[in-house]
Write a protein that binds this ligand. Structure first.
Ligand SMILES: CC1=C(/C=C/C(C)=C/C=C/C(C)=C/C=C/C=C(C)/C=C/C=C(C)/C=C/C=C(\C)C=O)C(C)(C)CCC1
Ligand SMILES: [Fe+2]
Length: 574
């Protein structure tokens, strides 16, 4: 447990006398927490951060019927469940970074042509401790939380020693994962939180570390055809080694063990030693084909010594991430049957990426698509101080998100000449044999200015055509959503004035014959706060609007989510 009783503050702690005394009391049950939350939410509306990103959002735990315009397909039944940061100010303390905010879950339930909206803060230990203390008391990636600010350096050092390995946050704000019959909010630490997808209530806290030695784990797991979860995490300097660990969570457990959690049956698939003991790569997702797991070791690395001393040095963990543009990016391919890594060394130039799009095999090659950058300006762009009222003009990415395709020949003529391109498919991507036997890969660009990519997941690991994504140019403003045809590189778009669409989620038509038979769902928030947000339903083939469900609430900008078909979870009105 995170110790709620300790009084922590963030570095920018204001004068304690400015605090509202009604917020300073400790103890008390849920009603008091609720009251404080209300006040915290009110306090979050500051002129400095009065933007769609920084403003605290109210939760709406009871279903609100949306006003539906247009005709939603009758087969669209289930819950769109999404996650993202909703609260960045607690009492007088503020998070530094948008990705630090407290997780706010929200859902749209589709039933008989009607749509119901609800939202609820994840009651993580982090949330409870912060609200109880009425300040940020648990560190997030971009915000280090401190014990009493009056402590001098020696007191800080003592406090540091008693927190040598601080308990990580369980503020799981990034995504939603299905494991077995259950759903979890996920972040990137060793904790995930079970949630009720209908009521959005927070349930058990799961510590991956009890089942597999990882300190960090991705929030973008994959699912195999049997519904097992495949995920990976980093094990930092454990028994003198730093490694990336791939693990599998079974979709079901034997009948006689039904009461046990599926995590008890978690299996380690394999592990990949890190190129560097003290500088493991940061990664946010990985790839999967029918026969291989793809892990990309990018030169965007955590500095473990810096991390271990961050607390005492008064810096956040994010400052311990560094991109080395002169290093290589290594590709690792693990055979899913043998669990062994392909021995040939493949690499490309330095890049930064967060999202794999899809990957597949063709004629002895592995093809994988990423959204990549040439620097780390994306993370920096989301510091809240950058997202104040003039950010649309002032904040610019120095690297545009680029959809890159790599084509990697697993089977090639071992006697091929040094310097020859081993790619035998129609692509401008290359893979050139080098003197030492390593293979240097260069990408083909499929498109630019898209992020938060989604596909028809039935095509995950298979040859595919379509990417659905949010369109951005050089700023953090999502202006449109796009459908990219990876074969022709054509893009079609949906966008309207003042509309900021979220990550588009593809939902297949149950009778689908083609990859894009279905709808695309996106939450649209308005840049004018007086206008109501809506959930947009597009025909995935043509990107024409089928309908929209408008909800008169202040909706948060979110990150990721999933659609849960009705047969998987009964809808709330059942
Ligand atoms: C949202 C919009 C856009 C795009 C957004 C993108 C590309 C978002 C990517 C999000 C990522 C990479 C989120 C990662 C979050 C990571 C977190 C919260 C990690 C926490 C880890 C902790 C606390 C671990 C500590 C570990 C230690 C200390 C280990 O020693 C655009 C750009 C499309 C525009 C519209 C909106
Ligand atoms: Fe992500």
């Amino acid at each position: 447990m995170i110790p709620c009783s300790e009084v922590f503050v963030t570095p920018e702690e204001p004068n304690p006398e400015q605090k509202d005394p009604s917020l300073a009391q400790t103890g008390g049950g849920q009603p008091r927490l609720q009251k404080r939350l209300g006040r915290a939410q009110a306090l979050g509306i500051s002129s400095e951060m009065d933007t769609l990103y920084g403003r605290n959002k109210e939760e709406h735990p009871e279903p609100i019927k949306a006003e539906v315009q247009g005709q939603l397909p009758t087969w669209l039944r289930g819950i769109l469940l999404r996650n993202g940061p909703g609260m960045h100010t607690i009492g007088d303390s503020k998070y530094n970074h948008w990705f630090d905010g407290l997780a706010l879950l929200h859902s749209f339930t589709f039933k008989n042509g009607e749509v119901y909206y609800r939202s609820k803060y994840l009651r993580s230990d982090t949330y409870n401790c912060n609200i109880e203390a009425n300040r940020i008391v648990v560190s997030e990636f971009g915000t280090m939380a401190y014990p009493d600010p009056c402590k001098n350096i020696f007191a800080k050092a003592f406090s540091y020693l008693s927190h040598t390995i601080p308990e990580f946050t369980d503020n799981c704000l990034i995504n939603i994962m299905k494991a077995g019959d259950d759903f979890y909010a996920t972040g990137e630490t060793n904790f995930i939180r079970k949630i009720n997808p209908q009521t959005l209530e927070t349930l058990e806290k799961v510590d991956y570390n009890k089942y597999v030695a990882v300190n960090l784990a991705t929030s973008h797991p994959h699912y195999d055809s049997a519904g097992n979860v495949l995920n990976m995490g980093t094990s930092i300097v454990d028994k003198g080694k730093t490694k990336y660990v791939l693990f599998k969570i079974p979709s079901s457990v034997p009948e006689k063990e039904k009461k046990k959690s599926c995590f008890k049956h978690l299996e380690v698939v394999c592990s990949i030693p890190s190129h560097s003991l003290l500088h493991p790569s940061y990664y946010h997702s990985f790839g999967l084909t029918e026969n291989y797991i793809i892990f990309i070791e990018q030169p965007f690395r955590l500095d473990i010594v810096k991390m271990a001393t961050a607390y005492i040095r008064g810096v956040n963990w994010a400052s311990c991430l560094a991109y080395n543009k002169d290093d290589k990016t290594w590709f690792h391919f693990i055979d899913r049957k043998t669990k062994k890594e392909v021995s040939t060394k493949f690499y490309t130039d330095a890049l930064v990426f967060f999202h794999h799009i899809n990957a597949y095999e063709e004629d002895g090659h592995i093809i994988f698509d990423l959204i990549a950058y040439t620097d780390n300006s994306l993370y920096d762009m989301f510091y809240l101080k950058n997202l104040d009222k003039d950010f649309e003009e002032n904040i610019k990415l120095t690297s545009i998100p680029t959809c890159k395709r790599f084509v990697v020949p697993l089977q090639y003529d071992k006697d091929a000449e040094v310097g020859s391109n081993l790619v035998r498919l129609a692509s401008t991507a290359t893979a050139v044999k080098e003197k030492d036997g390593t293979i240097y890969c260069q990408h083909e660009t499929l498109g630019e200015g898209i992020e938060l990519p989604r596909i028809n997941y039935d095509y995950n690991g298979k040859k595919y055509k379509y990417v659905f994504a949010t369109e951005v140019q050089w700023s953090p403003v999502p202006t449109k959503i796009a459908k990219l045809n990876t074969q022709t590189k054509e893009m079609i778009h949906w966008g309207q004035d003042h509309c900021w669409p979220s990550e588009p989620v593809f939902v297949p038509n149950p009778d689908a014959k083609e990859e894009d038979d279905g709808v695309v769902l996106t939450c649209v928030v308005k840049s004018d706060p007086k206008e109501a947000p809506f959930l947009l339903v597009l025909d995935a083939k043509t990107f024409t609007e089928l309908g929209r469900a408008t909800v008169n609430v202040e909706m948060h900008m979110d990150l990721h989510g999933m659609f849960i078909p009705e047969q998987v979870v009964k809808t709330e009105t059942d």
